[in-house]
Design a protein around this ligand. Structure first.
Ligand SMILES: Cc1ncc(COP(=O)(O)O)c(C=O)c1O
Length: 412
């Protein structure tokens, strides 16, 4: 049966849609194409959420969400999420509690969002006017910064990371000069540890940008993967001394809670207040905050640390064993995250090849049940694949499948 189309003849979707939205290339992830198999593409935590160990039965899941939360679901959630914020402060204050150069973080320093992806968008909406002001990113970097910028009609100025130096350091002098010359840049997005570089930003470089003598803007440091870096690497406490710094974190990675969508931004109270003024009133659901509180409790943090320790063992295993496979080249990023960036060669002992890396990526996903991420089109990443660290068993399968698939590609 066909349904009559009663749309007004005046309706013209192309003319109606904002041009920046019409030309938007949406964020794409490997999961758009491949959803099943061993999923080592999205830098999740294969060891599970930090709210239980082992398998959850339906009886356990009732216990995980307390009955008073279920009974209260007809009420809107807490718009301020003070309890979640306090636990986040406790977590980040612990390493700096004896450091007199930073004050303790308090809930006034926080804005919480629907994943840090919402934080990225809220920050742009607050501090960069559409069609007029700009933001700066440092490729290769997380793709959502540019997507959120385009949605908001904010131009992106890029200053590539140093593509020639191992670990992809930030080119601090080039950033300083760009900011000096273009006051319409209001935001700088740095990713530490970087995605896909897995390297921490040098705190001295960040300090230099924060102390830029003439630029009026905000530096956003995305610390989504910070808990996989050495303890004490987070610069969140710096927001107590730099009003022009925002630090984003998330429960999606080390805490293994990607499904609840809980992202975090630390800032000075005056900046955090602006972000809180702009957000939707009830952006964090009661279920999300209940599960977030569990993950951030002492037991949840202990479980997170246990899972991180297991991930680091497997990271070392990949660092040791992947290079033994003929055709696997160098690791080109750092070791500060739950993924590695590795180059694939055109032949054993050859040179990096994005064509072979792409072939390996698609064959693994389509024929071998292993999904990783192709990054060979990113600046400075020829032939690169990004591989999330999985469980011991997943890493064993990955190593086997990479070896047999590469051998078949070279022999074809
Ligand atoms: C660097 C970086 N920032 C932010 C995010 C988004 O995290 P969330 O799940 O909190 O939205 C990701 C997700 O992969 C990421 O890699």
């Amino acid at each position: 049966m066909t349904v009559a189309n009663l749309t007004s003849p005046a309706f013209d979707l192309v003319k109606l849609t904002r041009p920046n939205i019409l030309s938007l290339e949406p964020y794409r992830c490997a999961r758009d194409d491949y959803k099943v198999g061993i999923l080592l593409d999205a830098n999740e935590n294969a060891y599970g959420p930090s709210i239980y160990s082992g398998n959850v039965s339906s009886a356990d899941s009732n216990a995980i969400i307390a009955s008073d939360i279920i009974a209260g679901l007809h009420r809107y959630p807490d718009p301020h999420q003070e309890d979640v914020k306090q636990l986040l402060c406790n977590l980040r204050n612990a390493p700096t509690k004896d450091d007199p150069s930073v004050a303790p973080l308090t809930p006034d320093n926080l804005y919480v969002g629907v994943g840090s992806d919402e934080c990225v968008d809220t920050i742009i909406r607050c501090f960069a006017a559409p069609g007029r002001e700009k933001m700066l990113t440092c490729p290769p970097t997380y793709g959502m910064y540019a997507v959120a910028a385009q949605v908001n009609d904010v131009e992106v100025v890029t200053v590539n990371l140093d593509l020639e130096t191992p670990g992809f350091p930030v080119r601090v002098d080039a950033i300083m000069d760009t900011l000096t010359n273009d006051p319409s840049i209001h935001l700088v997005y740095l990713c530490s540890p970087g995605n896909p570089t897995a390297s921490l930003v040098d705190p001295a470089s960040l300090k230099k940008i924060l102390e830029h003598p003439t630029w009026n803007g905000i530096v956003v440091v995305d610390e989504a993967y910070i808990d996989f870096s050495p303890t004490g690497s987070s610069l969140a406490p710096w927001v107590t001394k730099y009003d022009n710094l925002l630090v984003m974190q998330t429960l999606s990675k080390a805490f293994g809670m990607a499904g609840i969508r809980l992202g975090v931004t630390f800032g000075s109270p005056s900046v955090a207040r602006i972000l809180n003024n702009v957000k939707a009133p009830y952006n964090i659901s009661s279920l999300t905050s209940e599960l977030g509180l569990k993950a951030l409790s002492p037991a949840g943090v202990a479980l997170m640390n246990k899972n991180i320790a297991a991930i680091l063992v497997q990271r070392q295993r990949l660092l040791d064993e992947l290079p033994m496979i003929p055709g696997v080249g160098n690791f080109i990023g750092g070791n500060d995250s739950n993924f590695l960036l590795v180059q694939i060669l055109d032949k054993p002992d050859g040179v990096p090849s994005s064509a072979i890396a792409l072939k390996l990526y698609t064959t693994l996903a389509e024929e071998k049940g292993v999904v990783i991420r192709f990054r060979g089109k990113e600046p400075g990443c020829p032939g690169a694949l990004r591989i999330t660290i999985g469980t011991e068993q997943e890493v064993t399968v990955l190593l086997e499948k990479v070896k047999e698939t590469l051998a078949a590609i070279y022999n074809a």
